[in-house]
Design a protein. Structure first.
Length: 491
């Protein structure tokens, strides 16, 4: 059931009443509230505690704002469990928290973190006692829209974390300050060239990349060996042959994790494979979407779906539970893949993960290149800021300090953004998956066509792919139609 009404009409009050959580001077004066046949109005506090935990719960509209920033995640979840179920043995409580994190797709590393990077902010404030940071958590899917609204309203925050594509879009709108006007060259030169290049628009850098998550080709070594292969595929033809044998040998095997949804992340996920057939099919205002190379790509992805090598319409995160069950032969995911697998498979150790999975170069297509695509988090400073120097100092700390590299970036499963990370944060980022990402993926990133029309372009491209994989229309005809649409969008 959904309860709908205008702002202030009492929706939240009604929900709070069901849970006996109406705040004074409000109170329940009469009537009945039946849940599963039980009238909860006359229940006492102990009975209500049992009811709230097992039969009803409240998810606040601003759920992120409801977390206590000075308490670790484990303490906040554990407090809820023990409030309703009583004191738990330490190991039992820890496992229950791991299980709950896993049900919502969060890695086990979240267990020991603060909700809003409070420890990192505290470290910055200690080093800079004249600067105070107020953290405003916003859901990841809402950051761009919220920043745009706040910018138009004249109350934008000083520093914002955005996806790199959104950062470039904000630069084209004049909503943020380019990096050239904020940071000394000695600071920006610390970063891997790829992470500087992917946020370049014209001659200006939109942001500082501080949470690199470059998409990386990952191979299930156990499955590959089971199918009789001794090495990862070097070409897409070899990869297709391996997926074919995998499907014949293990009928419910998913050959490949590929996002074909109509959204910009679907575009990002397919970008390297498109470039394997037609290098830089969209760049600047130039569109090469109906070339022979792109026709080959369309036929390849149609064949991949038709033969059951991937699952159409799935977001790439929806492949992760299957990968954790040993049912995905080739994954294409970010640097936090190990943490994701451990979240879905509680018994999996780091050593066991390394025995199962390895990073490898993405197989080559007709263009003869091993490629990848960026999927990174960046920090921007609003054009309207009144604290330009302080904001720039905070960004430099968040992006490249030892505290940030060890407490946030490494623990978050991201790649190191700076080249000299081994000196700044010795012992961090040493797992084989991220070292493989740095070796095979980061140097071979193909820049996405970020700009003012990026969302429209990504939507058109993924809509064309959906038409290719869901119809029998000639691929060339579909691409001809979308060539014209994309040319219009790029103008």
């Amino acid at each position: 059931m959904g309860l709908v009404g205008e702002s202030g009409c009492g929706k939240t009050t009604a929900a709070m009443a069901v849970l006996h959580m109406v705040q004074p001077p409000g109170r329940i004066v009469g009537g009945h509230i039946f849940i599963n046949g039980t009238d909860i109005v006359p229940l006492g506090e102990a009975e209500l505690r049992e009811f709230r935990w097992r039969q009803a719960a409240l998810i606040p509209q601003g759920a992120m704002n409801s977390l206590n920033p000075v308490m670790k995640v484990k303490d906040q979840i554990g407090d809820g469990i023990e409030t309703h179920d009583g004191k738990q043995p330490k190991d039992t409580l820890k496992q229950r928290i791991f299980d709950l994190l896993g049900t919502v797709g969060l890695p086990t590393r979240v267990y020991d973190l603060y909700p809003h990077d409070k420890a990192l902010i505290a470290a910055f404030e200690k080093a800079n006692p004249d600067i105070k940071i107020k953290n405003m958590p916003i859901g990841v899917g809402e950051v761009r829209n919220q920043f745009m609204v706040m910018t138009l309203g004249g109350n934008a925050p000083d520093v914002v974390q955005l996806h790199i594509g959104d950062a470039v879009t904000m630069l084209t709108m004049g909503a943020i300050i380019p990096a050239e006007e904020l940071y000394p060259k000695a600071f920006t030169d610390q970063f891997f060239d790829t992470f500087n290049r992917v946020v370049l628009y014209g001659d200006k850098h939109a942001s500082i990349v501080h949470g690199p998550n470059t998409l990386t080709f990952l191979v299930n070594k156990k499955l590959l060996k089971q199918l009789g292969f001794n090495a990862p595929p070097k070409t897409l033809d070899e990869m297709e042959a391996m997926m074919k044998k995998g499907k014949e040998t293990i009928p419910d095997l998913v050959g490949f994790q590929l996002d074909t949804t109509i959204r910009t992340i679907g575009f990002t996920h397919q970008w390297a494979f498109m470039n394997a057939f037609e290098y830089e099919p969209i760049k600047g205002t130039t569109v090469k979407f109906n070339t022979p190379g792109m026709v080959q790509y369309g036929e390849w992805i149609r064949r991949t779906v038709k033969n059951g090598y991937t699952l159409p319409g799935k977001r790439f995160g929806e492949f992760r539970p299957l990968a954790a069950q040993g049912r995905v032969l080739f994954a294409y995911d970010g640097s936090g893949h190990r943490g994701q697998m451990k979240a879905f498979n509680k018994a999996l150790t780091n050593a066991e993960y390394d025995e199962l999975w390895e990073a490898a170069p993405l197989p080559m297509g007709p263009t003869g290149r091993n490629l990848s695509a960026p999927d990174d988090h960046a920090l921007v400073i609003a054009k309207s800021t009144k604290h330009k120097e302080a904001a720039a100092k905070f960004v430099q700390f968040i992006a490249a300090s030892r505290s940030s590299l060890t407490q946030y970036i490494d623990k978050g499963g991201f790649l190191p953004p700076i080249k000299d990370y081994k000196t700044v944060a010795p012992g961090a980022f040493e797992d084989a998956t991220r070292q493989g990402s740095l070796k095979y993926a980061v140097p071979n990133v193909v820049d996405l066509p970020f700009g003012p029309n990026y969302v429209k372009v990504g939507t058109l491209v993924t809509t064309a792919v959906q038409e290719i994989i869901t119809t029998d229309k000639p691929v060339k005809g579909i691409l001809d139609t979308y060539q014209l649409k994309l040319e219009g969008a790029m103008q």
